[in-house]
Design a protein around this ligand. Structure first.
Ligand SMILES: *[C@@H]1O[C@H](CO)[C@@H](O)[C@H](O)[C@H]1NC(C)=O
Ligand SMILES: *[C@@H]1O[C@H](CO)[C@@H](O)[C@H](O)[C@H]1NC(C)=O
Length: 396
């Protein structure tokens, strides 16, 4: 009997635990649902304006979320517009053409707006340029425009007032504006010629910019007079920038210029004096070796540093050695020779530091620094100078 009553009791207990669990589980999703769609359930309709009637607020926050999510996919130029006249706006694209002399008015949407204009305009055209900030946008006005005002105009709007907003919070708009001048096909520059260094491993720009995107532009050598082929791979042309030499070579050195033609007009650009500088692809990685790691007092020894690299690249060696403290003058010999390794022609450059009649002070670390136009590489070794009396005789 007793065991039966006990069994019944425990069965009752089990049932109540299960039902409590079910209630608990049932409640949790309900609570979550309530938070998300507070005013959405039909059973909870409240008169507008009643306390707890959160419908308008919930909708608003949802809208804000949607807008934020959509913002990154908007075109970058969407905050920048061109003002055509009173209340007439035009979204700007990648580039646009205006006539030199025409006024320009741009508008950038945002609370805190910064503008960037071509360098020439920033330096020389301040009195023709006016920027005004309003509560929700900023306005850029340019009067008496010239072909030299051709270039990129951009603005960016920050969300935060104090300028501490992260860069990715800012939105940007930009466009390239050509101010076409029927008499000047090239954006004028101050210099009659410009020296351009051609480094063997670095693309270089010949910045002959045109004022009219319709101009036909070619690249020419002054002497012998010939057109330089532009294949889009080794050399390419961008109407907003000029010619880019992607793979500089020694044969391109000399005087080059750009030629623009449009209608019956043909004009040449500033001359570019191209100087070719053979540039190493990497800094030297020297190796160091002493003629002996342990020498006796009074003996001669040497330390040699070598660097393998591309031919015709100058390598300079600098030594640091313990004898410097003794006032020992450096006795160094240097060489460079062409070697073939795995079918490749390479240059081995080297430097040998000779130490005569070793003294105790010559013991220590020997450092060689090998430098080319790309940088410096370092190698070290250790030489020990011992007294002959300390050297145990070799076993016979
Ligand atoms: C623009 O050009 C006109 C006519 O040449 C001149 O009177 C005016 O001062 C110029 N404005 C500015 C801001 O340079
Ligand atoms: C060390 O070098 C000097 C100069 O080359 C030479 O005169 C001298 O004999 C050498 N000494 C020894 C121990 O080899």
């Amino acid at each position: 009997m007793v065991s039966r009553a006990c069994c019944w009791l425990s069965w009752c207990l089990l049932i109540s635990v299960i039902s409590a669990e079910v209630q608990e589980h049932g409640r949790t999703p309900k609570a979550q649902k309530k938070r998300g769609f507070k005013a959405a359930s039909p059973g909870e309709v409240k008169p507008p304006g009643a306390p707890g009637g959160k419908k308008p607020e919930a909708d608003l926050s949802q809208k804000t979320l949607q807008m934020e999510a959509a913002a990154p996919s908007l075109p970058a130029s969407s905050i920048l517009t061109l003002v055509l006249g009173r209340g007439r706006f035009q979204k700007v694209g990648d580039s646009l053409s205006l006539r030199a002399g025409d006024p320009l008015e741009l508008r950038c949407r945002g609370k805190v707006v910064h503008w960037r204009v071509p360098v020439y305009l920033e330096e020389e055209g301040k009195e023709r340029l006016r920027i005004k900030h309003f509560s929700r946008h900023s306005q850029l006005q340019l009067v008496n425009s010239t072909g030299a005002d051709t270039g990129e105009y951009s603005c960016w709007a920050q969300h935060c007032q104090d300028g501490e907003g992260a860069e990715d919070e800012a939105r940007q708009g930009k466009t390239f504006i050509f101010f076409t001048d029927p008499e000047e096909l090239f954006v004028p520059t101050e210099d009659y010629y410009k020296v351009v260094q051609l480094h063997s491993h670095q693309p270089v720009l010949l910045p002959c910019q045109v004022t009219n995107p319709l101009a036909h532009v070619t690249l020419h050598r002054e002497f012998p007079p010939e057109e330089v082929p532009v294949d889009g791979i080794d050399i390419s042309f961008d109407v907003k920038k000029g010619f880019t030499i992607h793979r500089p070579r020694a044969s391109l050195a000399g005087a080059l210029f750009c030629l623009a033609s449009l209608g019956g007009l043909r004009q040449i650009s500033t001359k570019y004096m191209l100087i070719y500088i053979k540039y190493p692809s990497s800094s030297p990685k020297p190796t160091i070796q002493a003629s002996a790691t342990s020498v006796q007092l009074g003996e001669n020894f040497s330390v040699t540093c070598t660097a393998l690299g591309e031919p015709d690249i100058a390598v300079d060696f600098i030594w640091e050695h313990p004898g410097q403290k003794l006032g020992r003058p450096p006795y160094v010999s240097e060489w460079a020779s062409v070697v073939r390794q795995e079918g490749q022609v390479q240059q081995e450059a080297g430097s040998t530091l000779h130490v005569e009649e070793a003294r105790a002070g010559d013991s220590g670390i020997y450092t060689c620094r090998a430098t080319n136009l790309q940088g410096t590489g370092t190698a070290t070794t250790h030489v020990r100078v011992t007294r002959s009396s300390h050297v145990s005789p070799a076993p016979s």
